[in-house]
Write a protein that binds this ligand. Structure first.
Ligand code: URP
Ligand code: ZN
Ligand code: ZN
Length: 459
């Protein structure tokens, strides 16, 4: 059924205008004043609301075998949570371990999402080793519509690559026009520090941050940038958490390295004292890179406002408390990660836009448009224009609420942002023209999501 949105206050990364939007055949077909509605058109009045392009989360985990367990969401639960929070597309990290075959891993990850996600999705393909068969397999995966790789400089012997494997991945990425995303922490130093702390009886979650200090992240970021500089590949640092890492990335950008930066929701709003809470409360807030000293938050917000930090993801990692507790005797066994796929947009709007830190356009850019551009989805996604997919968020800036595990939709029994007030939430969310969410409730079609084929960008 066609859809007409009347009186839309349309906000994109670079413009604001008032118009009607007419949607048919999954796309925005007309934008203009007083558009005609043929019989049978559903009409939505957006007076008093903001209309944003569907938000894009560039960094999520849904299916994730990691640290002796499996993350709890399915694509059904994760996508419903995403949509209720205004995210209409996510890019999942496809993460086979070093023991797995990359192509089989890719097919497994794809099979988990197919027919299950209610929103559109794609994958970053993790390269966790580089053997003879790796290059042809990666070429096949890129030909299937994946235009980004992921490497881990951390998680030694599991996801982590050696410097030689990083080099080979970048050489191939450069040839294929594929961007390399990277988790930047020095694996060797992390494992030495973990050994030392555990041997000294420092086993609680409060020791997670000291086992991965800022210097370790800055080293990883700097080394990643040096390899990009040498190979000529384009890169994207995921979940950058602190000033020394930001300095390393900015220095590289200043030298002309083609490098983009993502920070994730928890690092803007939570600090290391959350992981210092006793017992499982602390464990809920263990992620890598860790939550940092509070002083970093202002630095990240400033860099985001200026566009030095390009995107905001979540690193959504749906492990629940029964899994977090696996690390009760040693922080090294706590499954890493904090869920946030439902909370990202509302929290960035509340604590960024409403607090006067983020300009409304930069907010849209950081949470949607720039990811679309970097990862080969623009202008199909990430903007509101004739011909773009009709992924729209009609946002109610007057809504007031409080985040809680009791009302969330991810299949997790805690909320890392429990009790935080929000000012604004999506009132209507569409995926390719179909209304999937109304006022906090999923009302749409499960399994509607499509895997998005992305073209290499040749930065
Ligand atoms: O703590 C995190 N980030 N867990 C998920 C794996 C990763 O590093 O992205
Ligand atoms: Zn990571
Ligand atoms: Zn991650």
């Amino acid at each position: 059924m066609p859809l007409l949105i009347r009186n839309a206050d349309i906000v994109t990364a670079d413009s604001r205008s008032r118009a009607d939007l007419y949607i048919e055949s999954e796309t925005i077909s007309r934008i203009g004043a007083n558009l005609e509605a043929p019989p049978g058109t559903e009409i939505v009045d957006a007076t008093g609301k903001l209309v944003f392009p569907g938000f894009i989360d560039p960094h999520v985990h849904v299916y994730l075998p990691f640290m002796a367990t499996f993350a709890k969401d399915t694509h059904e639960t994760a996508s419903i949570a995403a949509l209720i929070g205004g995210t209409t597309t996510y890019i999942e990290m496809c993460c086979p371990s070093r023991l797995d075959d990359a192509l089989q891993g890719y097919q497994l990850w794809k099979s988990k999402a197919e027919g299950s996600s209610a929103c559109d999705y794609s994958f970053h393909m993790s390269v966790t080793k580089f053997e003879q068969c790796t290059e042809p397999q990666l070429r096949q995966i890129v030909a299937d519509g994946i235009s980004s790789f992921k490497i881990f400089l951390s998680y030694k012997n599991f996801f982590g690559v050696t410097d030689d494997e990083m080099y080979q991945t970048m050489r191939l990425a450069k040839q294929l026009g594929v961007i390399v995303t990277a988790h930047c922490e020095n694996a060797e130093l992390v494992s030495r520090l973990q050994e030392m702390l555990i041997a000294a009886g420092k086993t609680g979650p409060e020791w997670h941050e000291p086992s991965r200090p800022q210097s370790v992240e800055a080293e990883g970021t700097g080394r990643f940038a040096t390899f990009l500089e040498t190979t000529g590949a384009a890169g994207y640092v995921v979940h950058l958490s602190c000033k020394p890492a930001l300095d390393a990335a900015m220095a590289a950008k200043g030298r002309g390295v083609r490098l983009w930066i993502e920070s994730v929701l928890p690092h803007f709003l939570l600090d290391k004292t959350y992981a210092e809470r006793p017992g499982v409360e602390g464990m809920k807030h263990v992620m890598s890179p860790p939550l940092r000293e509070r002083s970093n938050q202002k630095i990240l917000w400033d860099a985001l406002a200026k566009g030095f930090i390009d995107t905001v993801g979540t690193d959504h990692c749906p492990f629940d408390t029964s899994q977090k507790i696996l690390g009760k005797d040693a922080f090294t066994q706590i499954p890493n990660g904090i869920p946030g796929i439902e909370e990202r947009v509302n929290l960035m709007y509340t604590y960024g836009v409403k607090r006067g830190i983020l300009d409304l356009h930069r907010f849209v850019d950081a949470t949607s448009t720039r990811a679309a551009k970097l990862f080969g989805l623009f202008p199909r996604k990430g903007t509101i224009a004739a011909g773009s997919d009709a992924d729209l968020v009609i946002y109610d800036p007057n809504y007031r609420g409080t985040l809680s595990a009791a009302t969330q939709h991810s299949n997790v029994d805690y909320n890392g942002f429990e009790g935080m007030p929000i000012e604004g939430r999506p009132s209507i969310v569409t995926v390719r023209g179909k209304i999937q969410v109304r006022d906090g409730k999923f009302v749409g079609e499960r399994g509607r999501g499509k895997m998005l084929k992305r073209e290499p960008a040749y930065f």
